[in-house]
Ligand binder design. Structure first.
Ligand SMILES: O=C(O)CCC(=O)C(=O)O
Length: 409
């Protein structure tokens, strides 16, 4: 397995992993050709446009301008699934500090990062380039990540390395505050009571990914982050001034330009499901570049540990007939998993039951929260003979026109 002429894919991945130095380690060693497992074979679409602009929403005077802001959020979430926020209450110093903390973590000597290096999706605090088993059909992304998972808003601070501990803890305090504001505003934008999403605890856990994209010697052959949509309720991102993030909108790849002081909000696919397609979760990607290092930090919000086992479909409070079937968040996330190991796999053939142990639950949820950078078009292992690649959202639709083998109702 794995030999293509004199090329051994597995060996190359294994050798890379053994260095525990990530993409930055490759660059520091002076590579001029990227390893093949980073090469994206798909046609790089050239239909990028810069004229289109994703909405920028000003949160200034939220109390007096609330209706106007709710309306802007509703429109942006319905048509773009992305918007930038300014005057959102997170101080510039805290945003600068998290980017600096991200940089400090990744730029410390490899020996200091190594103890956190892990492809094990189970670890709550980890440094990685590839998580779990990389699929041959998918290219690795040209970036390193350091991630911390806060289940129900909590993570033991001592688990975070001192080099970026204060920066992460301080940033997360503001992320949770902003989450409360956004949760209220999104509830109102859906026409629900202000406290609806908050009471449901749909955004109560977080995973913070501190991302480092070194310059790439062959940027046209790979991506900083492969295209994907987030299986979250909501993602909030801070990016430096390098650029490279693009979203798929109306068949174009549209740049998300850096705006000093702005944070980016991104509707996740779980929000699309509970909102019955009212709000859209869109694909996005990051281009690799030949010069400059991009740094960003993405905070992924998803339901509380209590909530993730409860079946949940499009909210009954929203009037339209439900497009999606009921699914627990855990099952939903499982639909987004490309591949899971036998021991804690939960598939649509073996739906969740009360007998799922807490250990399994923790394992699967941690596995997900660490696996956000896999492309979102995995085929759920419903029928291993079916080669069709469908998105998780398609699988969960109540009425699917064809492919009876893939129906799960
Ligand atoms: O902007 C970035 O650096 C990547 C973030 C990302 O892919 C995400 O928010 O899911």
């Amino acid at each position: 397995m794995g030999n293509d002429g004199d090329y051994d894919w597995e060996k190359e991945v294994e050798e890379f992993e053994k260095t525990k130095a990530g993409v930055k380690g490759l660059v520091d060693s002076g590579v001029v050709k990227i390893p093949r497992f980073f090469i994206d074979q798909s046609e790089k679409s050239s239909n990028s446009v810069t004229q289109l602009q994703i909405p920028v929403i000003d949160f200034q005077e939220l109390t007096t301008r609330r209706m106007e802001i709710v309306d802007e959020i509703r429109k942006a979430s319905e048509s773009w699934g992305f918007f930038q926020m300014v005057n959102h209450g997170v101080p510039m110093s805290v945003m600068d500090a998290i980017l600096e903390g991200t940089r400090k973590f990744h730029e410390q000597p490899t020996e200091s990062k190594m103890e956190y290096y892990s492809t094990d999706v189970m670890r709550t605090v980890k440094f990685y380039t590839i998580l779990g088993n990389l699929q041959k059909s998918h290219a690795a992304s040209w970036r390193d990540a350091f991630s911390c998972t806060f289940t129900d808003d909590m993570l033991n601070p001592a688990a975070i390395p001192p080099v970026c501990r204060n920066e992460i803890n301080e940033y997360m305090k503001f992320m949770m505050k902003l989450r409360d504001t956004l949760s209220d505003l999104l509830s109102e934008a859906l026409g629900l009571n202000r406290d609806f999403l908050g009471k449901m605890q749909f955004l109560k856990s977080e995973s913070l990914s501190c991302l480092y994209y070194p310059a790439c010697p062959e940027p046209e052959r790979t991506f900083g982050t492969e295209k994907h949509a987030d299986p979250t309720s909501l993602t909030v991102l801070v990016q430096d001034d390098t650029g490279g993030l693009q979203i798929h909108h109306d068949n174009y790849w549209v740049d998300v330009p850096p705006i000093k002081g702005a944070l980016i909000a991104n509707i996740g696919s779980f929000m699309q499901l509970i909102s019955n397609d009212k709000f859209k979760s869109v694909e996005h990607r990051v281009l690799a570049r030949s010069i400059g290092t991009r740094v960003s930090s993405a905070c992924f919000f998803y339901p509380s540990s209590d909530q993730i086992l409860k079946p949940c479909g499009p909210l009954k409070e929203l009037e339209n007939p439900p497009i999606y079937r009921e699914v627990s968040y855990l099952e939903f996330v499982t639909c987004h998993q490309k591949k899971m190991s036998e021991e804690d796999s939960v598939t649509a053939e073996a739906p969740l039951s009360d007998s799922l142990s807490v250990r399994q639950l923790g394992a699967v949820s941690r596995r997900w929260s660490s696996s956000l950078y896999r492309p979102l078009s995995p085929s759920l292992p419903i029928d291993s003979h079916d080669e069709e690649v469908v998105t998780a959202m398609e699988l969960l639709r109540r009425k699917r026109p064809s492919s009876p083998a893939l129906q799960i109702e």
